[in-house]
Design a protein around this ligand. Sequence first.
Ligand SMILES: Cc1cc2nc3c(=O)[nH]c(=O)nc-3n(C[C@H](O)[C@H](O)[C@H](O)COP(=O)(O)OP(=O)(O)OC[C@H]3O[C@@H](n4cnc5c(N)ncnc54)[C@H](O)[C@@H]3O)c2cc1C
Length: 386
Amino acid sequence: MQSFTDEPAHVTAIRDQLRRFVADHAPREKRIQWDRERRWPRDVYAQLNALGLTALTVPADHGGAGQDLVAAVAVIEELAAAGPFLAGPYIHTAFYGGMNLAENGSPEQQVRYLPALARGELFFAYGLSEPDVGGDLASVTTRAERDGDTVVINGAKRWCTGADWADVIYCLVRSGPADARHRNLSFLLIPTDTPGISMQPIAHSNLRYTDSQDVFFDAVRVPTANIVGGEAMWNRGWEQLAGRALDVEKLEISAVAYGIARAALAEAWGYARERVQFGRPIAQHQAIRHKMVTAATRLRACRHMLYHAAWLAQEGRDCRVETSMAKLFIADTGVEIALACQQVMGAYALSDLYEMERHVRDLLGMPIVGGSSDMQRNNLAGLMRL
Ligand SMILES: Cc1cc2nc3c(=O)[nH]c(=O)nc-3n(C[C@H](O)[C@H](O)[C@H](O)COP(=O)(O)OP(=O)(O)OC[C@H]3O[C@@H](n4cnc5c(N)ncnc54)[C@H](O)[C@@H]3O)c2cc1C
């Protein structure tokens, strides 16, 4: 079990660097504007990318900085505290791309993709969900059939966020008869400019750094070399899905939730000290004080769960329970923090003069996205042999 120690100095240095970057390049007015426009700022992201932080999920022998999951989680936290506008694209490269291919890619795929991912020059989108498939991923129906040295894909993915600007879809497909469920799934790398792909945007109220996409595959062909992990991993996608990459995936979405909850608390805290009612700052009213310190206590508990799980993952230890608990606890607690902060800010939490209304929207979605809270509970009951 981890003993609690100071954060490594290089992680603190990254946080300081990112706080300065956010203050200079992503001030509040811009964040409010990006949310309204449902977009992420490519020019600002290009400058962020120059800091080299996407290399933190890529091994050094493939041009990365060597995997440093505690640092990468801290990057997401710092970026997410400024909304999803920089954290989102960072995840598409460092985690959907770098982490997954470092873990599951074939040697050829690692040579081909990892150096560009480490430099932040490639974006991946995640193609798991489908119109009739949410939490029950073993039921995917998008079909993939071998035809010589190509694979032919037919079907549809839903909520494939970023597919319209990403380079590659990391796509879960049904590669054999459906009755074998877990044993007939594969992952494919599908370049988004492959003929036969079309898309339809889905607007949503949370994480508005982009629209999401319905993606349709009509006789789309990719080489068998694009089977994630190589041909030996055909029909073995479930092993890849249930492996370490998924543990880290839960950390990444937990870090987003934590960063946003941190920002929500900071905004409400500052507001409570300034807003005067009945002759004194509302922070002097006991009901507000209690709400604020309860939220701060919950946030501190989230931080411990997040970084404990990240540390276990970095050490290569079994962290399936801790990452599921972190996702469950931080997502659900993030909602409690959001609602408390919203009440503290009263009417202004509903206006677009502040960021609270966005924080609330984003935090309300956290128990749903990236494996719902009830799916984490199911996981945990199984893992803990209840
Ligand atoms: C903004 C946004 C971005 C997204 N981006 C992506 C993306 O990039 N790629 C991607 O693949 N997906 C993406 N998703 C999809 C997201 O991961 C799914 O919404 C999530 O997996 C839940 O699926 P669902 O909403 O279809 O819920 P369902 O699976 O239909 O579940 C609905 C409800 O029933 C509960 N439930 C279902 N089955 C059980 C059970 N056995 N036991 C207990 N409770 C159960 C769930 O917990 C949930 O509360 C995104 C979603 C959003 C909103």
